[in-house]
Design a protein around this ligand. Structure first.
Ligand SMILES: Cc1cc2nc3c(=O)[nH]c(=O)nc-3n(C[C@H](O)[C@H](O)[C@H](O)COP(=O)(O)OP(=O)(O)OC[C@H]3O[C@@H](n4cnc5c(N)ncnc54)[C@H](O)[C@@H]3O)c2cc1C
Length: 482
């Protein structure tokens, strides 16, 4: 049956139900706006279905198995067997619980949910096609629109995700059996997190990266323990190489690489590599999903990479059309998208909200974890501060030693005069959780004295935050002061 052309109107039309879009829709609903949320695939977007949540579920599950099997030092002797289908099934249950929660929360906040693919017809209309033959389409007129269509994995030449041995993170998180060997192309956070998962599952993992180190954008001292641990887990690294092609070889495939820099090729041992594996995972970054929206029909412009440029209210070049989340560019993180979504909804409702990234955290779930917020020491200097830095090694933390994970440190960066906390970088156990305290410190305008004078429970990892602040002030108790 052809449904035909129904035309409806809404105050706010949100396109995409990932963490940016569904949060924007819920906030708009809370603010009594009439809001319609269009989603073409699954509530929760990349984050809940193919990104943050499935990857963290598998990281946790593989850590349970790996730790149990490597705890002789603690007097534990076990040889856990991993049933990959069972592990993936558990991960899928977690995802289903969360995605159905999103749907319920949207409905409870008065959000009209619409399944289908949206594209702009003009600057106040989208058409939503419901997919499949005879499913029809409808037009929605809107006062305001929020584009939250997210991102997709970048494909590199000669590595099509259509081909079975070539995986994007999405397929890698859905594998039902453990590959014997895996080449990971790209040592960014997605590549490094998944390299850790498969190395712990017993896969022979080789990482190739065109740059000279892992995790671009992070400081060298944060990366060091992560690279060291990955090597201990058996991950083999090749830097300064790009993947150029792959072909069938024996029972598996052969991935061919080339030196990333022309000069390297000239060096005696600077040639390309041939790496044999069962699968290849390409994790070289993500591109915005903006090319399928007919943005021109609404007059919305993108930059040359396809990202929608926005101001500090989330507005695009078209006053009443906003963009939030990955499609609006860096920081391409779920919590950044949710935050931008909330601000956009509040601006539409007439509230004086604005986006401020000063205390935006980032977490990398490698072993050990990395958590960062605010400025690094170098960034603080660049911005004209005279930074003072305090550091505390987890090796000196009683709690870290009792967890069996004492690699890494907490580093606090503050401005010297009044001691305001400007940033923090943590590498070590639970860094993803610990960093929240320092985000709050920055948001509240707390000083080193404030953090140091806050009594932290003993024995906790969080005491390391207090000790790092004390170290910056020159009176840490459990580490030598500068
Ligand atoms: C493996 C992996 C691990 C990650 N881990 C983390 C992490 O630990 N922490 C973190 O902060 N971030 C993580 N991320 C990044 C995070 O997933 C993204 O930053 C986040 O999902 C972006 O949210 P979004 O709402 O902008 O877009 P998305 O989550 O991509 O959602 C966009 C939605 O829009 C829909 N859509 C697209 N076009 C249309 C259309 N025309 N009509 C209707 N619907 C449409 C899509 O189907 C999708 O559901 C990870 C990503 C990956 C791939």
């Amino acid at each position: 049956m052809v449904v035909g052309d129904i035309s409806t109107g809404t105050d706010v039309l949100v396109i995409g139900a990932g963490p940016a879009g569904y949060v924007a829709a819920i906030r708009a609903g809370q603010l009594d706006l009439d809001v319609t949320l269009v989603e073409k695939e699954a509530y929760g977007g990349t984050c809940l279905n193919h990104g943050c949540i499935p990857s963290k579920a598998l990281i946790t599950a593989t850590n349970v198995a790996h730790e149990a099997g490597h705890a002789e030092e603690m007097g534990i002797h076990a040889d856990p067997a991993v049933d990959m289908a069972g592990m993936v099934g558990w991960k899928d249950d977690v995802v289903t619980q969360l995605t159905s929660g999103v749907e319920k929360l949207c409905k409870a906040n008065g959000v009209n949910l619409l399944e289908g693919t949206a594209h702009f017809a003009d600057e106040h209309t989208v058409r939503v096609s419901h997919g499949g033959e005879g499913q029809g389409s409808e037009s929605i007129e809107f006062e305001h629109a929020i584009v939250a269509t997210g991102s997709r994995p970048i494909e590199i030449p000669n590595f099509s995700y259509e081909d079975d041995p070539v995986l994007s993170s999405r397929e890698a998180l859905a594998l039902e059996s453990i590959p014997e060997s895996l080449v990971v192309v790209g040592a960014g956070y997605i590549g490094m997190e998944l390299a850790g998962v498969f190395a712990k599952l017993g896969t022979e993992v080789t990482v190739i990266e065109m740059l000279e180190d892992i995790l671009p954008g992070y400081e060298a001292d944060l990366k060091r323990p992560v690279k060291k641990r990955a090597k201990e887990l058996g991950v083999d690294f090749h830097f300064g190489q790009t993947a150029s092609e792959w072909h069938e070889h024996g029972d598996g495939i052969r991935v061919v690489t080339e030196p990333a820099e022309a000069e390297a090729e000239a060096e005696a041992d600077g040639g390309g590599l041939e790496l044999d594996a069962e699968k290849v995972l390409v994790a070289v970054g993500r591109a915005p999903v903006s090319d399928t929206l007919d943005l021109e029909a609404a007059g919305v412009e993108t930059d040359d990479r396809g990202f929608l440029e926005t101001d500090d209210r989330g507005r695009t070049n078209v006053e009443h059309i906003f963009a939030v989340g990955d499609v609006a560019g860096e920081p391409m993180l779920a919590h950044a998208g949710s935050y931008e979504g909330q601000v956009a909804a509040e601006v539409i409702a007439g509230e004086p909200s604005a986006i401020d990234y000063q205390a935006m955290p980032a977490a990398v779930f490698t072993e050990p974890e990395i958590g960062t917020v605010g400025l690094t020491e170098a960034e603080a200097e660049e911005q004209g501060f005279e930074p003072v830095v305090g550091k505390f090694p987890f090796m000196a933390s009683g709690r870290a030693l009792t967890t069996g994970h004492a690699d890494g440190f907490v580093k606090i960066v503050a401005e010297e005069e009044a001691g305001f906390v400007l940033g923090a970088q943590i590498v070590g156990p639970e860094a993803s959780e610990l960093i929240a305290e320092l985000g709050l410190a920055i948001e509240l305008g707390a000083t080193l004295e404030d953090v140091a004078a806050t009594v932290h429970a003993h024995p906790t990892l969080a005491e390391s935050v207090m000790e790092a602040a004390e170290n910056a002030l020159g009176h840490a108790i459990h580490t030598l002061n500068r």
